[in-house]
Design a protein around this ligand. Sequence first.
Ligand SMILES: [Zn+2]
Length: 246
Amino acid sequence: MHFEKIGEFGNLEMSYVCDFSGGYISRNRNLFGKLELNRLTQFILEKCTYGTPIFKLGDGGNKILILSGIHGNELSPQIANVKLLNELLDADLKNTLYFIPFASPKSTMYNERTFNDMDLNRSAHIQNSLSNLIVQAVENLAINFVGDFHSTAFNANPGIESVFSSKSPSPESYLIANYISRNVGSEVISFDFAGSSYKGAVEDVCNLKKIPAVTCEVLCPFANVIRGSVETSLAQMKSFLDYFGI
Ligand SMILES: [Zn+2]
């Protein structure tokens, strides 16, 4: 994977995870209206028209991925991820941070959960599915830790602000989840073995590859944004990074 330096934005670098998932994020008015439209944000949205961009900040230390938009209609984490990237742009980082704010720009454009009728959090184990390409990027870049950020509606599953994790074969998943829970208050939902209750979640597929991962959920109606949900998602992301001393 080749990363290009973006001169205009300090040390920011970018590459693409795939080139068949592009979409016009601005068409999702419920999300677009909540973004602070500065140059960097406009740049990110422009890159999303060609596929799934991945951004990189910092060098050395742990390699950590902040992922959102695996479900295109879960808007709060995608907005929070863009905010986080903006906030950390000029930070002096001792670790390597990767950001995928919009895993499936096409799904986000249509405000849809699925990508071409495929649930990306049930297909990460299927060779060359969009979420599998994200897992492949994680492996190729030798990323050490993955945080996948979602939102859940009151009447959906899990329906509570929470952090999913598992104890085996990547026990650090459970430790990270407990850390975020203590800091932010989100409830820990833990399985003894990754992927034992359903297949193909990005978090589980990473944990099964011994890359510790968690899935964070904030409460918010699908396809919309409610007050406080972006802030809570951002707090989960910051707590995830705080676990590594970032
Ligand atoms: Zn989700």
